[in-house]
Design a protein around this ligand. Structure first.
Ligand code: FBP
Ligand code: MG
Ligand code: MG
Length: 349
């Protein structure tokens, strides 16, 4: 269904779905409307009022909050007033907010992902996850967000880049919509996304090399060794430091992304947050034929214990994700490099 507007796409999905599908579609529409307001703010750059400031505050994760982080959070929260959403959780808020106690959905958001990049005019985005709200005696708002990612009903992200895009999965495939300023709405830009199984491109923040565990270092060493190494081909590297932009690239041309745990203080579980970053990205990636793990465990099977919990995140081309798992569990992939070089060749992807 390439070329369909977001509205037509959602209507076609609602026609074959149930009531909850209709409610999810309504939420996506509202988020899309708020995203266009965010797009305007991002486009204004330093000429706008919400752009350059930092409130001097930090969110519950200790990250410095930019004014734009907080403004975007407010826009998404207010667009969900009156929507079929029971509760809202955000990177920028310590605790979830109650919206409609009778509603059946919960929405978790990273209102502005990659916000450390906004001053440098690099693409940033908004990541969202839609879950069934947990109801019942004794349940509190937090429980709706402490569900495994495999319970998600929908996930997506908006990318405010050279094109404003919406990447969306309702659980059967992943679609990319691009904002058409001519039509004033999102229009499907590609046929359903399918991440190439194999890749020769990796994305990782190389400056953390000395902090990684050995398995990650060896994997990257083997990529860097290129045609002369055990992979017998050259690898390219990209790191935008904006999860949404790195994910978009991988969806469009394949690749592998790693934000592993490392030895720095506060990074024993990596950097990215499970509920509103890793889970929605993993849902999108799996629905596009890729894989997402902590290195060995599937992200979508993990039950978060805390709203702002971090998790190591590795995702992208399926064969490459599987290969990285082997560096963590297969002794033949680790150990003395020289004698095992030939042996590791047995595992060439
Ligand atoms: O600066 P680092 O350590 O490379 O981390 C970059 C990562 O941090 C993030 O910016 C974290 O997201 P926020 O900007 O929402 O805090 C990701 O988008 C990106 O992948
Ligand atoms: Mg983020
Ligand atoms: Mg953010």
């Amino acid at each position: 269904m390439s070329g369909a507007t977001l509205e037509a796409y959602l209507a076609s999905r609602v026609a074959t779905g149930d009531d909850i599908a209709r409610e999810v579609a309504a939420v996506v529409q509202r988020l899309a409307t708020a995203a266009l307001d965010v797009r305007k703010l991002v486009n204004q750059g330093a000429l706008g009022t919400a752009f350059n400031g930092t409130r001097g505050g930090s969110n519950s994760d200790g990250d410095l909050q930019k004014d734009l982080d907080v403004v975007c959070d407010g826009l998404f929260l207010s667009c969900l007033q009156g929507a079929p959403v029971a509760c809202y959780a955000s990177e920028e808020l310590d605790n979830p907010v109650l919206l409609d106690p009778n509603a059946r959905l919960a929405v978790a958001i990273d209102p502005l992902d990659g916000s450390s990049n906004i001053d440098t005019n690099v693409s940033v985005g908004t990541i969202f996850s839609v879950l069934p709200a947990v109801k019942g005696p004794g349940s509190d708002l937090m429980q709706s967000f402490l569900q495994a990612g495999n319970r998600q009903l929908a996930a997506g992200f908006f990318l405010y880049g050279p094109q404003t895009a919406l990447v969306l999965s309702l659980g059967k495939g992943t679609e990319i919509f691009i904002f058409s300023s001519r039509l004033g709405c999102f229009v499907q830009g590609y046929k359903s996304v399918n991440i190439a199984e194999r890749t020769s491109e990796f994305a990782i923040n190389m400056s953390n090399y000395r902090h990684w565990e050995e398995a990650v270092r060896l994997y990257v060493d083997d990529c860097l060794a290129g045609a002369e190494g055990p992979r017998e081909r050259d690898f390219n590297m990209r790191w935008i430091a904006s999860l949404v932009a790195d994910t978009y690239r991988i969806l469009v041309r394949g690749g592998i992304f790693l934000y592993p745990a490392d030895g720095r203080k506060g990074y024993s579980q990596g950097r990215l947050r499970q509920v509103y970053e890793a889970n929605p990205i993993a849902f999108i990636v799996e629905n596009a034929g890729g894989a997402a793990t902590t290195s060995v465990t599937r992200i979508l099977d993990l039950v978060p214990e805390d709203l702002h919990q971090r998790v190591p995140l590795i995702f992208g081309s399926r064969r490459e994700v599987e290969r990285i798992a082997r560096y963590h569990v297969d002794p033949n992939m680790i150990g003395e490099r020289a004698p095992l070089f030939g042996k590791r060749g047995l595992f060439r992807a």
